[in-house]
Design a protein around this ligand. Structure first.
Ligand code: MSP
Length: 517
């Protein structure tokens, strides 16, 4: 299969220490929209998500819940699968790091690193933050008023001294810098790239890659007193899922290196320094790209357990609607920036963009057709310049969206789509088919045809973001299931005049405040 025909996209695997919140849903949603886009564009897609189940943090949470770690991870991991279902995520696989396939894969990457002289036994004495599952240098820490040492992430650190294996990360600095230089698209957005480059330039220390003070992890081959450092274990999931260590496995051959690891801004270093270094050191290819998105706050406040203000995705979906939430998250903020969730901005998007914008364009043309065109796709007559201009905008959208999706600019892709919705609104207002109904019914039919053909394009192109609502729209346009991919865009897949249409129903209701209901 040609390179461009396949697409492997991954989410971070989620710690099973907590219930999922909107931040987790956000990362996977972005990947879902990409996976759906690429599938509709004819590519063979592998979309992976899963759960990160080892390490001290998960072990501590299991203890706090009074459960054995395996039973605890089974339970919490299920919450993430339930979330995927509730959010209509189309992942092809769901990996758990406690699975046999993964343990085998981790032990194999370890052996390769060891055999190549990249790992040595020593002892670690330094700072560790369980919350981040990360080591920190003294110079990175600050001291809180209570005297506790704090990592830059805000996590408390503790002093750790134990025998440990080390990965020779210090020897990978120049090779990493060369790799970043040779692969300018490897890390986005640009600001993150600069941060990582300057961090690597400042010098890398060898990395402790095993722990001996607890045992909830993958045992180190030939030295079971050690478990593998949870980040080496977790990162390896991306190759396990395509069949590693069997590099001749069809999935591995087809999909590795991954096209995109989507991550949040907090875990960039792990994905863009450790991971490519581990892979190159093991003689494997690094991924093609890592995109680091920003973080959501809730009504201006950081979401946290202690504040009890974490946005819970199931509740958001119940309140606002699934596709409304999906749309909002990808439209509201430039992807890559931090963003604030507010009820007000959510309602604004639902009512102006969806109900009054897209919904209204579809609804008013379809109800006129239903009343005046015999409930069928109308027969267009000769096209005017205005008709052609609107159709050309609709036909030209895919070419605009492809590069935007390739750089994960969801907000700009949606803006481009809404630009055509705006053109459609202006067109219908100018053409005034309600007046033509009396003066020139043939011209009215042409105008309505042009509008619904535009709506067909919009619905097909919006499937990655709003799969459920656009399916309803395409049902209302009587577009057969086999004619909903991007190959059906343009004149080739145009609506056939005379096709019977079902009774139109609004797809995007207005959000009415509860108090006013
Ligand atoms: N287990 C590691 C990832 C290992 S990948 C090999 C981990 N898990 S996590 O559950 O803590 O976080 C998963 C993702 O959720 C991260 O990308 C993180 O940035 C994202 N988010 C967590 N809180 C968030 C917000 N408030 N807003 C947006 N995304 C956030 O890290």
């Amino acid at each position: 299969m040609a390179e461009a025909d396949r697409y492997y996209v991954t989410t971070p695997i989620y710690y099973v220490n907590d219930a999922p919140h909107v931040g987790h849903a956000y990362t996977t949603l972005a990947c879902d929209a990409l996976a759906r886009f690429m599938r509709l564009d004819g590519r063979k897609v592998h979309f992976l998500t899963g759960t990160d189940e080892h390490g001290q943090k998960v072990e501590k949470s299991a203890k706090a819940a009074g459960m054995d770690p395996k039973a605890f991870t089974d339970k919490v991991s299920q919450n993430f699968r339930d979330l995927a279902k509730a959010m209509n995520f189309s992942n092809d696989d769901f990996i758990r790091t406690t699975e046999e396939r993964h343990i085998k894969s981790c032990q194999e990457i370890w052996k390769r690193l060891k055999d190549r002289g990249e790992i040595y036994l020593g002892s670690y004495a330094g700072w560790y933050a369980v919350r981040d599952e990360a080591y920190y240098g003294e110079d990175e820490l600050t001291t809180a008023p209570n005297g506790k040492k704090i990592a830059p992430s805000g996590a408390e650190v503790e002093w750790v001294e134990e025998p440990s294996y080390f990965f020779k990360l210090s020897e990978w600095g120049d090779k990493l810098l060369k790799f970043y230089e040779d692969n300018p698209l490897f890390l986005a957005p640009e600001s993150r790239r600069n941060e990582v480059i300057s961090f690597v330039k400042s010098g890398l220390r060898d990395l402790s890659v095993s722990r001996t003070t607890f045992n909830w992890g993958v045992p180190v081959p030939d030295d079971p007193a050690h478990v593998m450092y949870v980040w080496l274990d977790a990162l390896t999931n991306y190759i396990t899922a395509v069949g590693f260590p069997d590099e001749s496995a069809p999935l591995y051959r087809q999909f590795w290196p991954a096209d995109l690891h989507m991550v949040g801004k907090d875990i960039v270093r792990f994905h863009t320094i450790y991971w490519p270094a581990f892979l190159m050191a093991a003689g494997l290819q690094p991924p093609r790209r890592v995109f680091a998105h920003g973080w959501w706050t809730n009504e201006g406040q950081k979401m946290s357990k202690s504040l009890g203000n974490a946005l819970e995705p199931h509740a958001m979906v119940a309140k606002y609607g699934l596709d409304q939430v999906r749309y909002f998250l990808l439209r509201e903020i430039p992807f890559g920036n931090d963003g604030d969730f507010s009820h007000r901005s959510m309602v604004q998007r639902i009512n102006s963009d969806l109900a009054n914008g897209l919904g209204n364009l579809a609804q008013r043309s379809l109800s006129m057709i239903n009343k005046n065109c015999g409930e069928q796709v109308p027969q267009p007559g000769p096209l005017t310049d205005a008709d052609r201009a609107l159709l050309a905008s609709a036909h030209g959208l895919l070419a605009k969206l492809r590069p935007l999706m390739a750089e994960q600019a969801f907000h700009r892709a949606l803006e481009a789509i809404w630009h055509v919705i705006g053109e459609g609104d202006r067109y219908i207002d100018e053409q005034a088919p309600w007046t033509l109904k009396k003066t020139d019914p043939a011209r009215m039919a042409t105008v309505l045809y042009v509008v619904v053909e535009t709506v067909r394009h919009l619905a097909i192109l919006l499937q990655p973001v709003m799969p459920h609502s656009t399916a309803k729209m395409l049902d209302q346009l009587a577009v057969p299931a086999g004619a909903r991919s991007f190959a059906a865009l343009g004149e080739g897949g145009a609506l056939k005049p005379g096709t019977k249409l079902p009774k139109p129903e609004g797809v995007f209701p207005r959000y009415v405040e509860e108090a006013a209901q």
